[in-house]
Design a protein around this ligand. Structure first.
Ligand code: 4FV
Length: 245
């Protein structure tokens, strides 16, 4: 899988993606990462990538020509890999675990990180396959959204995480919040580790963790359970959790 990020701050992407699991996956060439600066695809001596908005108003808008050229170079570099051009903006569809699980199937993701007030709409219409949003808030650039996507997708790629299962146990993998986690000390000033986790009965531990995940989801994010089909066992575990609360 390869990521190509079109950004005015290439070092922010290269830096942010060089740590931890993502950094190792790039070093091991399980994931490819390239950055393309639209300023390198301008033709004027001021290397202009933005201009004033038609219709007036505050701030500047990114011009489409440098972005189109940067995306085309990124495509040329992928030797015909199947690709998807994604523009990151608050107008995009909400990024979710299921959207990212689907995106792992796309060999090349070209992520376009905007700056200023936004991007000339004609670029989005003509060149972008999709628009994705990190969330219903405004940040000053799409780079952080690109880094979140690269991190979240990379950990889904087989062979990236040490223990394959850990990705499977990630929150939201079943659209549920995660269960609580504990490590040493067993006993301490902040209390004890739940007994169930200490008795080595893996069936009991699995059951306890699912019960906690269901209960916490019901308490904190009930909307996640709204259209979720629970198994009979999950239903019983949730009732048990809520009765104990
Ligand atoms: C954003 C988001 C976001 C909007 C104008 C960058 C900013 C500026 N990107 N999810 N929320 N982008 O706020 O992805 O160009």
């Amino acid at each position: 899988m390869r990521f190509d990020v079109v950004t005015l701050f290439p070092e922010m992407i290269l830096g942010g993606a060089s740590y931890g699991v993502t950094g190792k996956a790039i070093k091991r060439n399980i994931v490819g990462l390239s950055v393309w600066n639209p300023r390198d695809y301008t033709h004027d001596r001021h290397r202009t990538v933005d201009d004033r908005p038609y219709g007036g108003g505050p701030g500047m808008v990114m011009k489409y020509q440098p972005l189109v050229d940067a995306v085309n170079v990124a495509k040329q570099h992928s030797k015909g890999m199947k690709n998807k051009v994604v523009c990151l903006s608050p107008q995009g569809k909400q990024i979710t675990q299921s959207l990212l699980i689907e995106a792992v199937q796309t060999p090349q993701l070209i992520l376009v990180a905007g700056r200023y007030e936004g991007i000339d709409e004609r670029f989005i219409d003509v060149t972008c396959d999709e628009e994705w949003s990190l969330g219903n808030y405004v940040i000053s650039g799409g780079e952080l959204a690109a880094l979140v996507i690269i991190d979240a997708i990379t950990r889904l790629i087989p062979g990236v995480l040490g223990d394959e299962d850990s990705a499977k146990q990630d929150s939201y993998m079943e659209d549920l919040l995660d269960c609580p986690h504990f490590t040493r000390p067993e006993q301490g000033e902040y209390g004890a580790v739940p007994e169930t986790l200490l008795n080595g009965n893996h069936g009991e531990i699995k059951r306890w963790r699912m019960k906690q995940a269901l209960g916490r989801t019901a308490q904190r994010r009930p909307e996640l359970l709204k259209d979720k089909e629970l198994t009979a066992e999950q239903d019983a575990l949730l009732k048990e959790f809520l009765n104990e609360e």
